[in-house]
Ligand binder design. Structure first.
Ligand SMILES: CC(C)(COP(=O)(O)OP(=O)(O)OC[C@H]1O[C@@H](n2cnc3c(N)ncnc32)[C@H](O)[C@@H]1OP(=O)(O)O)[C@@H](O)C(=O)NCCC(=O)NCCS
Length: 144
């Protein structure tokens, strides 16, 4: 498995992963725009020529905001999510960053366990942040 920058060729598989994981998935067009966005850092875990997972964030003035992290169900529990999240952290820190932050569904135990294991701390709650189904977001931040 290797982690590479997202390219146009990865996007159909990433859009399929988005539809599989999220009720409001990113479109292929939105993903493609990020390949041209200098503030964006989108990465892909690739194995045997196929996308296993992906992650993306935006950084503005040293503040990094994670958009999404997802791994195909058949490849979960093998360290791919951890490797992707660590790569985002490394990048966020390397740009003289102040912090990296993200929102996660309050019931998403796997993701919360991952973020906590990597040093993120819960700093707040955004009530009713998510739709379909409606749910609070927990806000997690790692300060550098
Ligand atoms: C969250 C997600 C990205 C984790 O990816 P993954 O490749 O399975 O994660 P890893 O194998 O790297 O696991 C890393 C750590 O996460 C935690 N974790 C992962 N899956 C877990 C589960 N099912 N239950 C509890 N903890 C879990 C553990 O702390 C694990 O460390 P360990 O293996 O030392 O116990 C994956 O479950 C996923 O794609 N979920 C659907 C999309 C999603 O919810 N994304 C987050 C949106 S904010």
């Amino acid at each position: 498995m290797e982690i590479v920058r997202m390219e146009a060729a990865h996007i159909p598989q990433i859009a399929a992963l988005e539809r599989l994981c999220f009720s409001e998935p990113w479109s292929e067009r939105s993903l493609l725009e990020e390949t041209e966005n200098p503030a964006a850092y989108f990465i892909v875990a690739v194995e045997d020529g196929a996308v296993r997972g992906y992650a993306g964030m935006h950084t503005v003035l040293g503040e990094s905001y994670v958009d999404n992290i997802a791994v195909f169900p058949a490849y979960r529990g093998r360290g791919i999510g951890r490797a992707l999240t660590q790569a985002l952290i490394d990048r966020a820190r390397a740009v003289d960053g102040a912090f990296i932050t993200l929102e996660v569904r309050a019931s998403n135990r796997a993701a919360i366990a991952l973020y906590t294991a990597l040093g993120f701390e819960k700093v707040g709650v955004r009530p009713n942040f998510y739709m379909a189904p409606r749910e609070d977001a927990a806000l997690f931040t790692l300060r550098f």
